[in-house]
Design a protein around this ligand. Structure first.
Ligand code: ADP
Ligand code: MG
Length: 256
């Protein structure tokens, strides 16, 4: 099958008054239609830069970025960026407003998403009246409302406390999986990557290179965070990825 996205030898450096900061070096990977890919790497290695390049916000210095078909991109960030003066409903239709695509069909779709994600009785509330997990779900609805072909998630759960994060991440992971969306999740949390993704890519320390790749399969359904974390194969995945990541983390310490 043709991949929805291919990255070939993508490199990028930031240039400013202090000189050059190489952020990405020869990044290579492909994403299949419907795949849930997680990308992990040490803090500051270039993960957000990579997503900005995929989103078209930054232009690669060299290499090629190739879409298998025209793709609408949905971008979800670490902070939910909900507007406090707008109700939840007004927040989730924001993308449609900006795209000038408010119509009956799209409004029905959004109302259905609010129902599916358990937020229908909160649609007239302000963001401040919702829990962190609910806010994050509202942010996902806003992203989904434009029916993106490719979802880019930049550490979307890292502002949540540990317990909320465990449930919300599996919750949102299942929503994305059930809709068959293609997604790229950036995270520095290995457990999150292993519980949610079909494949995990490990980036090296800055400038990031694609260092290691691990396909993820479970014999059990991904219904709860614990059903997966209790499997032997989860431990095996964790240890493999931890080893790859910690090589770079210990190098980073030595340099500091
Ligand atoms: P990550 O998301 O993995 O934490 P980033 O992609 O945000 O890393 O950043 C990679 C490196 O590029 C970091 O060292 C960061 O300081 C640097 N960087 C990010 N944005 C800029 C910028 N606008 N100008 C200069 N350097 C930047
Ligand atoms: Mg980042």
């Amino acid at each position: 099958m043709q991949p929805i996205l291919s990255l070939e030898n993508i490199s990028y450096s930031y240039h400013n008054l202090n000189g050059e900061t190489p952020a990405l070096s020869n990044i290579n990977f492909q994403v299949a239609e419907g795949e849930f890919l997680a990308v992990v790497g040490p803090s500051g290695c270039g993960k957000s830069t990579l997503l900005s390049i995929i989103a078209g916000l930054l232009k690669p210095e060299s290499g090629t970025l190739f879409f298998g078909r025209p793709s609408t991109i949905g971008y979800m960030l670490q902070r939910d960026h909900l507007f406090e003066w707008r109700t939840i409903y007004q927040n989730v239709i924001l993308g449609l407003e900006l795209n000038k695509s408010i119509n009956d069909e799209n409004i029905q779709y959004v109302l259905q998403l609010l129902k599916d994600y358990g937020l229908d009785s909160f649609q007239d509330k302000k963001p401040s009246e919702l829990s962190g997990g609910m806010r994050q779900r509202a942010a996902l609805i806003r992203t989904m409302a434009i029916r993106p072909d490719l979802l880019l998630l930049d550490e979307p759960f890292s502002a949540l406390d540990f317990q909320t994060r465990m449930t919300v991440s599996v919750d949102i992971g299942n929503i994305i999986r059930n809709t068959g969306k293609t997604a790229i999740l950036i995270t520095h949390d290995l457990s999150e990557a292993i519980t949610l993704a079909d494949r995990v890519i490990v980036l090296s320390k800055r400038p990031a290179t694609t260092k290691f790749e691990l396909p993820i399969h479970y014999d059990v359904e991904r219904t709860s965070p614990l059903s997966i974390r209790n499997t032997d194969v989860y431990q095996t995945y964790f240890n493999l990825l931890w080893k790859e990541l910690s090589d770079d983390l210990s190098d980073q310490k030595k340099q500091e």
